[in-house]
Design a protein around this ligand. Structure first.
Ligand SMILES: Cc1ncc(COP(=O)(O)O)c(C=O)c1O
Length: 425
């Protein structure tokens, strides 16, 4: 019988010389994502408090999604899981979304053509990322195209801009600017090179809501300078007093033959329906952009599974569970306000579930506050600087902030805010 030599003897060093695989130069322009950075910051910090940890970092709902979700998923026909879903979703999904948009933004009949302006996406995160691939050209106005990003920002915007080869230009949203980008601060030369503007309203993390006038101005600028404006509205259902205006309100108010031109609005079930794990959202807007987006997605990303489309169809048709969610987050903000009013720069966010607290005077910076809160109170928060881009001179507008996600219930919020206030005084 022929015997094979032992495996180790077969190693041929020359044939197996290893050169590291090349990779995109652009990746090195991306800083570490906020959550691994936080993990590294707290790696050597052990909570001393004898209490259950309070994790207030990630904006992930902690309350159960409505039974509509689980019931619809459970009712799915087994064959629905066997099928590849169409990129454009189902007519029922698009009709349900169009119905919700009509109710939510009080749109006249026919303003939204469900089949031409709505595209399902598996969570808005991937669609926000992919949008840059669609709309960033090689050059604009003779130079490197720009992607405008609010500062602080959702990290995905930066990843999208950098990997699409654009120059990310960060627009501070500070207390002085009403926590939104100052549109007057953008030089004309930058507007001309702008290919895409991500505008998050209600803003993560500051909770600020852009007024209808602001949204109209931003859309007018997009049309004048030939860029796409992406209204990221995933917190738009979690308002506290009045429903925030959205990109579609601006489009309706401006009117015209092509009222949706240059705009895409991103909506998600993740926060609205406590369904971050469902990975379900949609994009609505400019029919030409939707055609391009649909083609690009057919080449790249998976469609939304048919049972998920069915669950999403049912969820967008129901507003009752959203009113319950809204009340849940309002109670959480009330509980935080009862403890923090007048401290740490507390202000009531217009919408959403984040607090953006100023630790000036009580900690050297947000990172130091984060370490103390974890060590002394087993409270995990995110340093503001992990969500902001420093200026060229090194000044970082997020340095003195921490972000807190009020996703636990009101009793837990009250307890953790009392602990937090004791530590940061
Ligand atoms: C500002 C912002 N945009 C978009 C998303 C993405 O949401 P999803 O992909 O769950 O729809 C998030 C999630 O936290 C967010 O904070």
């Amino acid at each position: 019988m022929l015997r094979q030599p032992p495996r180790a003897m077969m190693f041929d060093a020359a044939a197996n010389s290893v050169q590291a695989p090349c990779r995109s130069d652009r990746l090195s322009d991306l800083s570490e994502y906020p959550f691994p950075r936080l993990h590294a910051l707290l790696a050597d910090v052990t909570p001393q408090a004898n209490v259950a940890p309070s994790i207030l970092t990630i904006g992930e709902p902690q309350n159960e999604p409505p039974p509509i979700l689980t019931n619809t998923l459970a009712a799915a026909q087994p064959l629905a899981w066997a099928k590849y879903p169409p990129t454009a979703g189902t007519p029922a999904f698009r009709a349900s979304v169009a119905g919700w948009l009509g109710r939510r933004f009080d749109l006249p009949h026919g303003f939204i053509d469900a089949d031409k302006t709505i595209l399902p996406v598996c969570g808005t995160r991937e669609a926000l990322y992919q949008l840059a691939q669609l709309v960033v050209p090689a050059k604009k106005a003779g130079g490197r195209p720009v992607v405008l990003i609010p500062n602080p920002f959702y990290a995905v915007y930066q990843g999208a801009a950098v990997m699409a080869g654009a120059e990310p230009v960060f627009l501070d949203g500070t207390k002085e600017t009403g926590y939104l980008p100052d549109l007057d601060a953008v030089p004309e030369e930058v507007w001309e090179r702008t290919a895409l503007f991500y505008l998050c309203t209600p803003a993560n993390p500051q909770g600020a809501v852009a007024s209808l006038d602001y949204l109209k101005r931003a859309l007018v600028l997009a049309r004048r300078h030939g860029f796409t404006i992406a209204f990221d509205e995933c917190y738009g259902e979690l308002w506290h007093d009045t429903p925030p205006a959205g990109g579609l309100d601006a489009a309706l108010a401006l009117g015209g033959d092509k009222p949706l031109s240059n705009l895409l609005s991103f909506h998600s079930l993740s926060k609205r329906s406590s369904a971050a794990g469902l990975r379900s959202g949609f994009v609505v807007g400019d029919p030409d952009l939707i055609v391009g987006f649909t083609r690009l997605r057919a080449y790249s990303l998976a469609g939304m599974p048919l049972p998920v489309l069915d669950a999403a169809t049912a969820l967008w048709a129901d507003d009752a569970h959203v009113a319950i969610n809204r009340a849940y987050y309002r109670a959480n903000v009330d509980a935080a306000q009862a403890v923090l009013d007048g401290r740490l720069g507390f202000y009531r966010p217009d919408a959403g579930f984040f607090l953006w607290l100023d630790v000036t005077g009580v900690a050297a910076n947000g990172a130091e506050a984060t370490k103390r809160l974890w060590r002394e109170g087993a409270i995990k928060v995110l340093p503001g600087a992990y969500l902001t881009q420093p200026h060229a001179d090194g000044h970082n507008p997020g340095d003195h902030y921490i972000r807190i996600a009020l996703v636990q219930d009101a009793d837990n919020v009250a307890r953790s805010m009392e602990r937090l206030a004791r530590i940061l005084t």
